[in-house]
Design a protein. Structure first.
Length: 321
């Protein structure tokens, strides 16, 4: 059993920023990261809009630098998944991982959201064999192939532009006629000679041969016409679902699963805060997640400070040196 003042669940920009603040405030802090550091940003090849990087940076670099900054102030990192939480009996809160249990005076939840799936035949069968949700991770494997991207939002267009480095052609398949993506990304994508837009169309099935994707069944929603289109790979960018299953019944969630918090980033349980995409379905930027992480950390610091005389000493403090 490990005792901490602050346990941060998740290590994307929100969690890492929160760790910088709580550790710098001299609060004993562990970040439980899951398997990888960085969350979604770690799969983003190019980050051009995070302030202070005029030449841009990469998601992994941004995460690593934030981690180093948090470590400098004493934050610890546990590369485990949280399997269970118990917020029902107040502080200290219980947070279990596969191999450990933490008792934390406050918790900051920053475990973000996961890519949404199409739930069509063939999709699951060919994940890692032609179906992907991460262009940075898998783009390289599609060199010289015709690539398909599903979606019409910022992610679809940004990743399609990236995929033109590898593919001969990148087809963006979007279910409507208007794109949801920002005008800036639309302009860049439309100016790219390797990008081809297929509007008013959905993918009904991903088909393969010898264990790899070979084609997909497309359906035009206006004409009803069904066609089989050969493709080397299908990248799906149709939005995200919050990773809030762990907190069902413990914290208030909205109808779509996003965590409900107040203006101080506090959840429905006092002392449990949230930051980033676990509550934010609108902005979804690394910088807004970082800003959120800062706010949640400042609230946690204040909350702990106000209860300083009620907090049990941490083990390390209890043992006379
Ligand atoms: P999004 O904005 O929610 O877009 C999802 C896209 O997928 C939409 O075009 C949607 O179509 C389509 N879609 C949803 N469900 C579908 C289905 N079942 N079948 C086919 N198509 C489906 O998600 P996102 O692009 O991942 O972006 C999420 C947030 O992150 C946004 O706020 C975005 O601005 C932000 N973001 C920003 C950047 C950047 O600034 N560089 C990069 C990435 C993401 P409809 O349009 O018809 O609904």
């Amino acid at each position: 059993m490990k005792r901490e003042r602050v346990v941060i669940i998740g290590a994307g920009p929100a969690g890492l920023t929160a760790a910088i603040y709580t550790a710098r405030a001299q609060l004993s802090t562990t970040v439980i990261t899951g398997k990888h550091l960085g969350g979604q940003i770690s799969t983003t090849h190019e980050v051009e809009n995070f302030p202070a990087f005029p030449d841009g940076t990469t998601g992994p670099e941004l995460s690593e630098r934030m981690k180093q900054q948090a470590e400098k102030f004493g934050a610890k990192f546990d590369y485990e998944y949280v399997t269970e939480v118990d917020f029902s009996s107040g502080t200290p809160f219980r947070v279990k991982t596969g191999s450990d249990e933490y008792l934390a005076d406050s918790v900051i939840v920053t475990i973000g959201a996961n890519p949404r799936e199409l739930h069509i035949p063939g999709e699951r069968d060919y994940v890692g064999r032609g179906v992907s949700y991460c262009a940075t991770c898998d783009g390289f494997f599609f060199r010289g192939k015709e690539i398909s991207v599903v979606g019409g939002g910022d992610s679809a267009l940004q990743e399609a532009i990236f995929l033109t480095k590898f593919g001969t052609v990148v087809n963006i398949i979007h279910r409507r006629e208007e794109l949801r993506a920002s005008i800036a990304l639309q302009t860049r994508a439309k100016a790219n000679p390797k990008i081809n837009f297929i509007y008013n169309t959905v993918v009904d099935e991903v088909k393969g041969e010898n264990g790899v994707v070979k084609s997909m069944m497309l359906r035009n929603l206006k004409t009803g016409e069904v066609t089989e289109k050969p493709t080397g790979g299908v990248f799906i960018f149709i939005g995200y679902d919050p990773n809030s299953q762990l907190f069902k019944g413990q914290l208030d969630l909205d109808d779509t699963g996003y965590m409900k918090i107040d203006h101080l980033m506090q959840s429905s349980v006092e002392g449990v805060f949230a930051a980033g995409e676990i509550h934010d379905s609108v902005f979804r930027q690394a910088i807004t997640a970082s800003g959120d992480g800062c706010k949640a950390a400042l609230s946690a610091i204040k909350w702990l400070d106000e209860r300083e005389d009620q907090l049990q000493p941490l083990d390390a403090e209890a043992v006379p040196s």
